[in-house]
Write a protein that binds this ligand. Structure first.
Ligand code: KDG
Ligand code: MG
Length: 420
């Protein structure tokens, strides 16, 4: 070997040193709502950002990161995303769970951000490049009654949306899932301790088909319509609703029933051809394996922040692709712009893309998380800046301290706790 060749080894060593993680810190802030953000720094000065927000349980993830994850990151090579993922997952002995997987997701997202910045490439290029020009999104329309909801859906169509989720108040119930006072910035985590809401499945089941009949009557069959059952129904009730909604051509019926028992979706499937979506609370490929392999669902809702980051979500999507199940990533406002930015790169690449949920963040949130993704005419476009394209204004974030907030709980008329 010549002296010149030896220099290559030295350069490589130099590059590796640049990639060493020197700091990893967690910032909890509340610009409109709570967010947990992980900031990872390398010796070379490249900074990666990850979202670790778990609605109502923010401090659990922040503590897990601070106490059990961050100390393990310092000194590692930021380029070894897969090895660090396996280290945090297998190495912890205790596998899966929303807290652990959100923490792992934050690390993974920050490391993909660093890799993109080091390569000078947007994240979707690292994943394999573009599969599409733009990302179809659905927005959230809701109203206190059918008339109001139909007006709101029309307003979303006016804003350019091609796909709209419709939720409405139910006669006899003071509140219903997905119906909010503020029509653009829905936030269900509304109190330091959970508020309580009444629930009546019969009233709901008799009302919802009327909403979609009224919607199709007014807007026709052009725009795609979606609905979220938010885990309130039993499998048989969900089958009945799906069947009743068939004439109205739903894009999907979401979270028809809780999915801990994946087999329970078979009963729904046997009774309806309305497409089914589930998985926003899933955190592992094992949560959705039977649903996918038995073709019991059409869309998988797992997302970057709650399902172990890009590295794990990619595995879920690849499994889903084998069974013609498409992606429909969760995108409520409790997922920070960092998650949205990463999800949009994922959506731009993933071959079996279906749709992306999009609830606008407040201006205060967007100011704390400047980003290069943009909405236009019913689609989101990820940017071309290296990494996931979302940055974090830590100084501004410091002006918005954490505020304890939890999600509501639901009870039946007799006081029994139900699924919220
Ligand atoms: O934190 C809970 C919300 O993310 C959830 O209620 C939103 O169901 C939801 C959805 O489909 O966006
Ligand atoms: Mg949902």
């Amino acid at each position: 070997m010549t002296d010149d060749a030896l220099a290559v080894g030295e350069i490589t060593e130099g590059i590796e040193k640049e990639r060493i993680i020197t700091a990893a810190r967690v910032v909890v802030c509340s610009p409109g709502r709570n967010f947990v953000t992980l900031v990872v720094e390398t010796r070379g000065g490249v900074v990666g950002i990850g979202d670790a927000t778990l609605n109502g349980r923010e401090l659990a993830v922040a503590t897990y990161l601070e106490e059990h994850v961050c100390p393990n990151l310092v000194g590692r090579d930021a380029a070894n995303i897969e090895d660090i993922w396996q280290f945090l997952y297998r190495g912890a002995y205790w596998r899966r769970g929303a807290v652990t997987m959100s923490a792992i997701a934050a690390v993974d997202t920050a490391l993909w951000d660093i890799k993109g910045k080091m390569a000078g490439m947007p994240l979707y290029q690292l994943l394999g490049g573009r599969s599409r020009d733009r990302v179809l999104v659905y927005g959230h329309a809701n109203g206190r009654d059918i008339e109001h909801t139909v007006d709101e859906v029309e307003r979303y169509i006016g804003l350019g949306y091609k796909a709209i989720r419709a939720q409405t108040g139910v006669p006899g119930l003071e509140s219903a899932y997905g119906v909010s006072g503020d029509k653009m910035f829905y936030e269900p985590a509304d109190a330091a301790l959970p508020s309580e809401q009444r629930w009546d499945t019969r009233a709901y089941l008799n009302h919802i088909p009327r909403l979609f009949a009224a919607l199709r009557e007014r807007i026709g069959f052009g725009p795609a319509l979606l609905h979220d059952g938010h885990h309130r129904m039993t499998p048989l009730e969900a089958g009945r609703l799906g069947k009743a909604l068939e004439p109205f051509d739903l894009f999907w019926l979401e979270d028809a029933t809780p999915a801990e028992n994946q087999e329970s979706f078979r009963l729904i499937r046997e009774h309806t051809t309305t497409p089914l979506a589930v998985g926003e609370i899933f955190n592992s490929i094992h949560d959705c394996r039977e649903l996918i392999q038995n073709q019991l669902i059409d869309y998988i809702r797992a997302t970057v922040v709650h399902a172990g980051g890009i590295t794990h979500l990619r595995r879920i999507a690849d499994l889903a692709g084998l069974y013609q199940v498409r992606t429909g990533c969760h995108g409520a406002t409790d997922l920070s712009p960092v998650c949205m930015g990463a999800a949009l790169h994922f959506d731009t690449w993933v071959p079996n893309f279906g749709i992306q949920e999009y609830m606008r963040h407040t201006e205060a949130t967007d100011d704390v998380f400047p980003h290069d993704y943009a909405f236009e005419d019913g689609y989101l476009y990820c940017g071309e800046s290296p990494g996931h394209g979302v940055t974090f204004d830590e100084k501004l974030a410091a002006r918005y301290p954490y505020e304890p907030r939890q999600l509501p709980i639901a009870r039946l008329e007799d006081g029994t706790v139900w699924n919220w």
